[in-house]
Ligand binder design. Sequence first.
Ligand SMILES: [Zn+2]
Length: 441
Amino acid sequence: MTISYVITGGTTPDGHQTDVAIDANGNIAQLGPNITADGADIIDATGKIVLPGLVDLHTHLREPGSDDAETVETGTRAAAKGGFTAVHAMANSNPVADTAGVVEQVHRLGKASGWADVYPVGAVTVGLAGEKLAEISAMHDSTANVTMFSDDGMCVWDPVLMRRALEYVKSFDGFIAQHAQEPRLTEGAQMNESALSSELGLAGWPAVAEESIIARDVLLAQHVESRVHICHVSTAGSVELIRWAKSQGINVTAEVTPHHLLLTEDYVKTYDPVYKVNPPLRKDSDVRALRAGLADGTIDTVGTDHAPHTEETKQCEWVVAAMGMTGLETALPVIQHTMVDTGLLDWHGVARVMSANPAAIYRHPDQGQLTETGGLVEGAAANITVYDPTHTFVVTPTEHASKSANTPFKGMELSGQVTDVFYRGHRVVADAHLATPYRHS
Ligand SMILES: [Zn+2]
């Protein structure tokens, strides 16, 4: 087999300096020292980390319906630049992805873009309205083969519907990803409920609104022996509940966003809506608990909740501004800053929470492959991200590939740069710039 690329001198997550040869079929052909191959392109990764391609279970690509904020094309460009080789597109598009037709459309758009795998998430309920189950089987049986369902943005608050949905997806080993927000406890909520929300005169969003849904849903998952995934965990109490549920053998997985690992409610004092997000930024003690939960495996994965919004919907008064932040292009540097530089995770840990674990939750056969000790896998699909942890930069949204600029990290100095991304053996990012997309045959 012809070798197309050799990545030389980089360090894989197991801590070993290893060359990586990629063949023309898009697979990892060989790992080891001093690999030579006639005619292959050589990528010098000395001093860099060679990770399995990142996998995001929580991305808003906004298409169909809101292509002024993002499209599958621009969102997957952002994904590639951020080191992601697979993203899961949330269902709250317009129309909602609640039929086979819409999930097939998103899946097709993903293949046409060629920057990363796009897996559409199906809605749990028709129109995200929480009243009637969507066509879960039809979406699973479609060409998009959906196994992850979520009303993200809205909570599946009705316990009977949640139970039925959990029972439904069992037949094909699917799962429900819950946006845990008790709606009655969060009516009109604008920020975390705290002394600060009283001081600022903004309606508060109590931690119990998230925690009560998580408590209910882990018990439902236990009762019907199904799988539940908790989106964007944001409170210390939620981490405790998930830790308890796992100790009982309940089939629950959970994610945390980069912004909840770094930012606190104190940013709301600026009244800058770039910090307005759902769930809201919480307290320092929550941030510490989320970091500890990600480090000890209670929280399985980082989900970006990349939520692009136009200037018109973000640069306005706090109370009317849309909720959400972009995140694909800053995720890895923020994880380095919050988890690696703090000594909470090593690069093997990062590879687990940003690649191997989300890939395992979705049962991806060709993403996130990692050996027990954190090595890459010979023969696996060459989904690979080369990362320079020493490069420092100031977050500048105008340099982002995303169509939207609502990053809360704007102006922050961070370390780390994705320099090269191989998606199915094709070099989609070269020297920190987008190269050419992969053409699916
Ligand atoms: Zn959500």
